[in-house]
Structures are given as structure tokens and as C-alpha cells.
Design a protein around this ligand. Structure first.
Ligand code: ADP
Ligand code: MG
Length: 272
């Protein structure tokens, strides 16, 4: 069984890509088979895993808009995870898909095709690195997902986008994916020394009735260095690095969460 998790927040710079790369490496360390999907035309995830998008002939754009078999575009990385990479061509996918029937389902059907092709060798986890918008690609990611994880930098104005994201989740549940569950917010770039971060987090989780995924990911300098090394922080930092340890713990908690029986769907109030 594959668990597909969308890492989404339309705000940029909240550590979506870092979270996808780090959780992917941590899940692989736990023995899980993992596919990461880069859905951002900036291709930061692809870059950060040591792949130059300019060297790629086939990428996620061909899968989503040209019907390429996803297996043809998937590559193995040094981090022990597989990657469906992005290139700048993905910037056109949004417009290309806009007029297509079934556009919300393009990622879902790519994941299903991989599951069929790979059979018992299939992925345990598919992590979707969403772009910083609530456009076609993010909606398609939410349509493909079992759950959505919302990285959140705990600053005064960071709640402003959360209501909008939850509105989109609500619409996706109504129209394209009834089984989508919000797995919660993951505090990132967290400075636990200030009361401020904790207060913001509490306010957001109460206002929107959201679970907080533990532990928070502390701000550490190593994160800024990892992408340049072409490996995730789990490979480049010391085992005792606080950020790497936090991601390992989150990964273990997500594994437990994935084994939880599905919650009975209670009617969701439309967030305002
Ligand atoms: P997003 O994908 O949401 O735009 P990124 O994952 O690209 O965000 O992260 C934005 C920036 O913050 C990057 O430069 C990244 O290296 C840095 N960063 C991410 N997590 C941390 C952290 N825990 N500590 C310090 N810097 C971080
Ligand atoms: Mg990103």
C-alpha cells in the first residue's frame, strides 16, 4: 500500500522542499521505498538531490502533459530515494493543463500507473513537493494524496495563507478526492527559545482545528548548506544534528500515523 502525502503551503520559503527531501531520506533509512515528486518549476528539490535539471530529457512535465510513462522519467538518487524530477518546462504545464479534461487527476493517475507497473516492488511513500501557489498542480497533488502536511514558519503573519489552503482542501474533498485528510501543520524554521513561535503555533492550531505534527524542526545552519552538496541534510550533517534528528522523529511519527485507521469523515466546516 502506498501512502501519498502532499507537502503544501502556497507561501514560499516555509521549508516544503527541505521537508520533502529530509523526510524522504529519513523514511528510506527506516527501510521504506520512497518516491519524491518535484512539482515546482523552480526544480529546487531536483537540484538539492544533486541533479541538474538542464541535463534531463524527461521529467514530470512530460508525464503530466504528454502522457509519458512515469517509470521512464523516475531516477534513483544518492539519498536512497527515487525522484520524479522537474525542469523549468513545468512552468508551462499549469497553462497546458488548464484546458484539459481530467487535469485534477493527472498526478493520481501517474502514481496509479507506477503502482501497476511496479507491483510488489511499489513505493511505500510518495511525497509531493508542491509549488508555492494554489494552482492546477497543487490541486492535482491534493487530488492524488491521502494526506496533506502543511509546513509552517511560526511568525506573526504565517496564518494568513492557512485558511485559503484549507478552503482548497475543502473543495478538493468535495469534488475530486473524498479521502483527503489533513495530517496537520509541521512547525519549521522553529526557534523554540522564543515564546512568540509557540504562541503563534497554538493560535493557528486552535483557530483552524489542526493537529500539530511533532517535533518542530529547529532552525539550523546545516539546512542552508545541504542543497549545495546535492544531498539531504540527513546525509551531510552529523547524526547528532538537531534538524536531522527532528526530521527522523517526524518520519517515525508519520509511519505510525499512516497505520492509523482512517478517521470517520466528520462534516468539515468551510474555513473562513
Ligand atoms: P519552500 O520549498 O517552502 O520554498 P525551502 O525548503 O526551499 O522552502 O526552504 C527555504 C530556505 O530555508 C532554503 O534556503 C532552506 O535551505 C532554508 N531552510 C529550510 N529549513 C531550514 C531550517 N530548519 N533551518 C535553517 N534553514 C532552513
Ligand atoms: Mg520548494
Amino acid at each position: 500500500m502506498t501512502t501519498t502525502l502532499a507537502i503544501a503551503n502556497q507561501k514560499g520559503g516555509v521549508a516544503k522542499t527541505t521537508t520533502v527531501a529530509s523526510l524522504g531520506a529519513a523514511l528510506a533509512e527506516l527501510g521504506h521505498k520512497v518516491l519524491l515528486v518535484d512539482l515546482d518549476p523552480q526544480a529546487c528539490l531536483t537540484f538539492s538531490l544533486g541533479i541538474d535539471p538542464e541535463d534531463l530529457e524527461l521529467s514530470v512535465h512530460h508525464v503530466l502533459t504528454k502522457g509519458l510513462d512515469p517509470l521512464e522519467a523516475v531516477i534513483e538518487t544518492d539519498d536512497g530515494v527515487d525522484l520524479l524530477p522537474a525542469t523549468i518546462e513545468l512552468a508551462r504545464a499549469e497553462a497546458d493543463l488548464l484546458t484539459r479534461t481530467g487535469r485534477e487527476h493527472v498526478i493520481k493517475s501517474a502514481i496509479e500507473s507506477l503502482a501497476e507497473d511496479l507491483g510488489d516492488e511499489g513505493y511505500d511513500w510518495v511525497l509531493l513537493d508542491c509549488p508555492p501557489s494554489l494552482g492546477v498542480l497543487t490541486v492535482a497533488a491534493l487530488t492524488a494524496a491521502d494526506g496533506v502536511l502543511i509546513p509552517l514558519q511560526c511568525e506573526t503573519l504565517s496564518h494568513r495563507g492557512v485558511g485559503q489552503l484549507l478552503d482548497t482542501v475543502h473543495d478538493v474533498r468535495r469534488f475530486t478526492n473524498r479521502k483527503l485528510e489533513v495530517w496537520g501543520v509541521l512547525p519549521t524554521l522553529y526557534d523554540g527559545r522564543t515564546n512568540h513561535a509557540r504562541t503563534v503555533l497554538e493560535t493557528i492550531s486552535e483557530t483552524y482545528d489542526l493537529e500539530v505534527v511533532e517535533p518542530p524542526i529547529p532552525k539550523t545552519i546545516k539546512f542552508a548548506e545541504a542543497p549545495a552538496a546535492g544531498r539531504s541534510i540527513l546525509a551531510t550533517a552529523a547524526r547528532s544534528n538537531k534538524g536531522a534528528l527532528a526530521y527522523r522523529e517526524v518520519a517515525a511519527n508519520l509511519v505510525t500515523r499512516s497505520q492509523r485507521p482512517k478517521a470517520k469523515r466528520k462534516p468539515t466546516a468551510k474555513a473562513t
